[in-house]
Design a protein around this ligand. Structure first.
Ligand SMILES: Cc1ncc(COP(=O)(O)O)c(C=O)c1O
Length: 406
């Protein structure tokens, strides 16, 4: 009998909520305490939410019973355009902004509107796997360019350049990065946008972590370096404002309108097809964007997110055979297991055994587009005490069972 599942789905995965999470949930139902380090949800770890963001959504409920504008409520789009102007992206008007049910929905829309079958999209490796999956679902082919761990996980520009073909339509930048925590400097971004310009590529900049920065590092919005190119910049309430459950994200189109007008029209059609994004959450956007202080307090030295990032990195790198580039942004760490000390044939098996034996849930590097079996990702969101417990369990597992992981 013919399978009900489309052939397209055979290449689509999302390990962050994959079979390991289902096993973790089963273990919890069986009464085990599982340390879940798999998902970047600040609310799940009690990271405080700005009260005015919640209040604004609450105040908007009565006005949210009907469908809203397909692109998003005008006050929300005005606030987003003003926020981008503040960050140097001056050409963005409210008409260039699309709101969605999280960046997740908008990534799919952006790629569906862009790609014909067989078109290629350059996606960083490692990546947040939504980009790979959404490219495949839109009929395109994700082509991964490497990031260089030895250079602080900056993009390997020679590799990126070598992978551009006449089918390449777009280059994806995830900055600050999930899963590595890297923040790419202006020079690297300039070299990517120069390549994009030379080959007629759309720049897709996923900057949802744009103000989650440590050690005084500066984030440069990619689109500010490429006023002559079609760029899409993605942001949202999920990370910086710590309300992922609101499902509220946005994207802004910039670049010469002669190049973007057709594409924007296709996006408008897709926006209409889904009628509108969740209306309640959009009422929170202006209030959220007025608050620039609370994320700085969390990421400044002594702030909760900064302390957890520091502690997590110290704990991981104290484990024999584990190294880690210190994250400069976002809230993830992507440690490496030295293959001479902890050889892994299958990092998915490693993650499974770690979960079964020590009840710690991580995401294996290969589930995040990394081509070798020698990395895993954890979130740096748990309080310091919980991070200590998690690191102790990982260390115990690695020490006890080196043979199991080979
Ligand atoms: C790089 C990146 N982009 C997009 C998303 C999805 O965000 P949203 O909650 O807005 O759908 C995530 C979520 O973890 C992410 O890490």
């Amino acid at each position: 009998m013919r399978t009900l599942r489309s052939a397209r789905m055979s290449d689509v995965t999302y390990e962050i909520r994959g079979p390991l999470l289902r096993l973790a949930q089963q273990l919890e139902r069986d009464g085990e305490k599982v340390v879940k380090l798999n998902i970047g949800d600040p609310a799940a770890f009690g990271v405080p939410v700005p009260p005015e963001v919640v209040d604004a959504a609450r105040a908007g409920v009565a006005d949210s019973t009907g469908y809203g504008d397909a692109q998003g409520l005008l006050p929300a789009r005005e606030a987003i355009a003003a926020d981008y102007a503040r960050k140097g992206l001056s050409g963005v008007t409210p008409a260039d902004v699309f709101l969605g049910n999280g960046v997740s929905e908008l990534v799919s829309m952006a790629l569906q509107a862009l790609l014909d079958p067989g078109d290629q999209v350059l996606v960083p490796a490692p990546d947040y796997p939504l980009w790979t999956a959404a490219t495949t679902l839109a009929g395109g082919e994700p082509v991964h360019y490497l990031c260089d761990e030895g250079a602080g996980w900056q993009p390997d520009l020679a590799d990126l350049s070598a992978k551009i073909t006449d089918r390449t339509r777009a280059v994806v930048i995830i900055n600050p990065n999930n899963p590595t925590g890297a923040v790419w400097p202006r020079e690297a971004l300039e070299r990517i946008t120069t390549l994009a310009g030379a080959h007629g590529l759309v720049v897709m900049a996923d900057e949802i972590y744009d103000e989650i920065l440590y050690d005084g590092v500066v984030h440069v919005p990619a689109a500010t370096l490429a006023p002559d190119l079609p760029c899409l910049t993605f942001g949202g309430l999920s990370k910086r404002y710590r309300v992922p459950g609101f499902r509220c994200g946005w994207m802004a189109i910039s670049g010469p309108r002669t190049l973007t007008a057709d594409y924007a029209e296709a996006l408008e059609t897709l926006a209409c097809l889904r009628l509108c994004p969740n209306v309640v959450a959009q009422h929170a956007v202006p209030a959220a964007l007025r608050d620039t202080a609370s994320i700085r307090a969390l990421t400044a030295p002594g702030g909760r997110l900064a302390e957890q990032r520091d502690r997590c990195w110290e704990l991981l790198t104290a484990i024999p055979g584990v190294s880690c580039v210190k994250p400069q942004g976002s809230f993830y760490a992507f440690p490496r297991l030295d293959p001479r000390v902890h050889p892994l044939a299958d990092d998915g098996r490693f993650a499974l055994d770690l979960l079964r034996e020590e009840k710690v849930l991580i995401v294996q590097g290969s589930g995040l587009g990394w081509p070798r079996h020698d990395h895993f990702r954890i979130v740096t969101l748990p309080p310091v005490g919980d991070l200590g417990e998690a690191a102790a369990r990982i260390a115990r597992f690695l020490e006890r069972r080196p043979a199991l992981t080979s």
